[in-house]
Design a protein. Structure first.
Length: 746
């Protein structure tokens, strides 16, 4: 090799080495492996059974990750899981956060959240639990520069934990569900996006307490006109409240900002867990969507005809004609004819609609929202598909009461089939629910979200000092509302229809008592107790099972201080695409409003009631009531003594000098009131005015003769509110329609 060639190769090697060294020197350092982090609920995994729980998934990718994130809840004692899927496409070296809100069961206080990306080797799980006495407080941007430390609540009601809310939590439907309080600055909700403002208003209407850190008297931007508290310190709005805090949050006086809010669960505050129809919602929707079961008689006739035809009839016919060899042709031909007939009959049994819905439409000043249950029957084995609007959530969990894995055939409730399991996929443009179905199979999906420009019912209510209550109800829709109902404190009015635009007066007499059969008495004929197999009559649009499903998440369905109105129609369908519109089904339009008090009066129907704490977090001296507990076991077969804490808020303008008393149902055996520093016992009197013993040896919780009244000393009324701590009998039975109230004495 010549010297110049050797020198050229040496120079080339040096250049290559230099370039390679530069590449290596400038190459990024090796990254850590991809990671999935999971955070569920608030304050370390706290959630409220029966409400949605927010689940935040954080994926840190060291490489391209393209696939599907799957998230689901595993409930104790429930085998099925209901996954929600989100498509993911994450570049290496980046991080992505995904937030979904999942529905929970009212009866399960612990669950496990599981999330993962199949095929990417990413998964995590975390436990969530209901505490019962942890007040969750959300903070909007600008309220404080530093999230406060947990705060002890007065009256032994637990502690408050604070969370700084971000845009994902504010814009995801249902993510605010576990919060009891949200605090905003003086600017109100003006800085929020339309989606976030809609979710906050929905949360308030469903029972949230919105605190505005400004002095009373101004206008709160972003709130409807009907929800402006103006000069009042607080204003009840539907089931929630809007309140001023006078700058206490900015000054760091958080004990003046946070008040206890309802954390009790359905069924743990009184012996009245609720009223429910005789059949499941799945069975009702299966009936409406055309699910049919051939009767046993028809099957026997079909089988007997086939056996006779291919047996004796065919044998004697061919023998008489001398054509026995035709049996090899005749039998297959008859089989084909019977198979075709069976297919035709089966198709006819499944005809008459392949999808049906049951929908609750709630309207009010805060906007309109819907929760819809979509049932689908597959005629030939195709999968069921339901496309929900963008911004909606959906789930295969079809009942807050518990797992509904089977549906009873309407004609024969003893015959059941599995409900097709659903997969829900969340996307930017829509939410898709898919159900794998066999021929003749049935599937059910639940979807919920906001509605645009939807009008409903409007109701007013005024309670008189004599115990009567009345007002107006108006139909603002362009549909006929049938079987309209108005409920106040368990008492009902209604049953008639309202034409579009029609407004009428309604009233409930002072002597009218809550029904001990069905609270919604005007709908009693539609409950299904007197119809075949518990199904609603074809003559009524009322779907009682749908209504009670919506009530199952509520601790107090018809509290004093709130009027509930509802009306039914078959002429409205939800904005859900099932490869076409949903034709069959029932929709109930409902609205709620605050009951006003007649001037100068404090009737119990206008005093707002809230169940703050239930039996799990209210201490009771069991030794004090040992004899009573023993008598419950002997007289009722089961039973226990539990506790509950309630708050009663007087109507605006109530005279603080008026003597108040609590009207206590027969299952209450002791009562205390909070004076601002301690709980003090209240004297209880029976109907004859006799002072009752402090520790009864026995008490029938169903006998109204054991009801009592308890005078409330003026010092127990603080800022127009009364806190009561009750000891009550949970006998495991029911229903008991008499509930605690507070009003003017006498």
């Amino acid at each position: 090799m010549s010297p110049w060639v050797r020198r050229a190769l040496t120079a080339l090697a040096a250049v290559v080495a230099l370039v390679a060294g530069g590449i290596v020197g400038f190459a990024p350092p090796a990254s850590a492996a991809s990671k999935l982090t999971l955070v569920a609920g608030y304050s370390g995994g706290d959630f409220r059974p029966g409400h949605q729980v927010p689940v935040r998934v954080v994926i840190e990718a060291d490489r391209l990750i393209r696939g599907t994130l799957q998230v689901h809840l595993e409930f104790t004692g429930v085998d099925e899981v209901y996954p929600v899927s989100v498509p993911v496409d994450i570049s290496g070296g980046t991080t992505k956060e995904i937030l979904v809100a999942l529905p929970t069961l009212t009866s399960v206080q612990r669950a496990t959240v599981v999330a993962g990306v199949p095929g990417a080797g990413l998964s995590a799980e975390v436990d969530i639990a209901y505490s019962g006495d942890v007040e969750l407080v959300g903070l909007l941007s600008g309220v404080t520069n530093q999230v406060p430390q947990p705060l002890a609540l007065p009256a032994d009601l637990g502690s408050a934990h604070f969370e700084q809310l971000d845009d994902a939590e504010l814009t995801t439907v249902g993510a605010l569900d576990p919060l009891g309080t949200v605090v905003t600055g003086p600017e109100g909700l003006a800085a929020l996006s339309p989606e976030a403002r809609s979710n906050v208003l929905t949360w308030v209407g469903q029972g949230g307490h919105l605190v505005v850190d400004a002095v009373p008297g101004g206008r709160i931007d972003g709130l409807p006109e009907e929800w402006q508290p103006n000069e009042a310190l607080r204003l009840a709005v539907e089931r929630g409240e809007v309140r001023w805090s006078g700058g206490a949050a900015a000054a760091g006086r958080w004990d003046e900002v946070v008040e206890p809010t309802p954390l009790a669960l359905p069924g743990d505050v009184s012996p009245t867990p609720g009223f429910f129809g005789p059949t499941s919602l799945a069975t009702v929707l299966g009936n409406d969507s055309g699910l049919r079961l051939p009767t046993v008689r028809w099957l026997l006739v079909f089988l007997a005809g086939y056996v006779l035809l291919v047996g004796p009839a065919l044998f004697f016919t061919l023998r008489r004609g001398g054509r026995r060899r035709l049996v090899w042709v005749a039998i297959p031909a008859i089989a084909v004819i019977f198979a075709a007939g069976a297919f035709a009959v089966g198709s006819d049994l499944r005809a008459g609609g392949e999808a049906a819905h049951g929908t609750i439409v709630h309207t009010g000043p805060g906007g309109a929202r819907a929760e819809t249950y979509v049932g689908m029957v597959s005629r030939s084995g195709e999968d069921g598909r339901a496309l929900f609007p963008a911004g909606w959530s959906a789930s295969g969990l079809t009942s807050a009461l518990g797992d509904v894995a089977k549906i009873a055939f309407p004609q024969d409730p003893s015959t059941q089939q599995e409900i097709g399991m659903a997969d829900v996929s969340l996307g930017g443009d829509a939410t898709l629910g898919e159900i794998g179905l066999d021929p003749g199979g049935f599937g059910l999906l639940t979807g919920w979200g906001p509605l645009e420009e939807t009008k409903g019912l409007a109701v007013t209510a005024v309670a008189g000092p004599d115990g009567s209550v009345g007002g107006t109800i108006r139909n603002d829709t362009d549909l006929v509302m049938e079987d309209v109902l108005v409920m106040v404190a368990g008492r009902a009015w209604g049953g008639q229809d309202l034409a579009p635009g029609e407004e009428i007066q309604w009233s409930i007499d002072a002597n009218r008592q809550p029904s001990s059969d069905v609270p919604e008495e005007p709908w009693s004929d539609a409950v299904g107790f007197d119809t075949p197999n518990g199904l609603p009559s074809k003559d009524t649009p009322v779907g009682y099972t749908l209504w009670t499903e919506s009530r199952a998440k509520l601790v107090d369905s018809y509290p004093p201080g709130l009027v509930v109105a509802a009306g039914w129609t078959r002429a409205w369908s939800p904005p859900v695409d099932v490869d076409g519109p949903i034709e069959a089904g029932r929709a109930v339009f409902t609205t709620e409003a605050v009951v006003q008090a007649a001037p100068g009066s404090i009737p119990d129907a206008a005093v707002r009631r809230e169940y703050l704490r239930g039996s799990g977090t209210t201490p009771v001296d069991k030794d004090r009531f040992k004899d009573l507990i023993d008598s419950l076991g002997a007289d009722f077969g089961s039973g226990s003594v539990e506790g509950a804490v309630l708050r009663f808020t007087l109507p605006p303008g109530a005279d603080p000098t008026v003597s108040l008393e609590a009207d206590l149902p027969p299952y209450v055996v002791a009562a205390e009131a909070w004076d601002g520093s301690e709980w003090l016992p209240l004297d209880r009197y029976n109907h004859d005015g006799d002072l009752l013993e402090a520790t009864p040896e026995s008490q029938d919780p169903y006998n109204d003769a054991n009801a009592s009244t308890a005078p409330i000393p003026p010092e127990m009324v603080r800022d127009g509110m009364v806190y009561l701590r009750l000891v009550l009998i949970d006998s495991g039975g029911g229903p008991v329609v008499h509930e605690p109230t507070v009003g003017a004495a006498g």
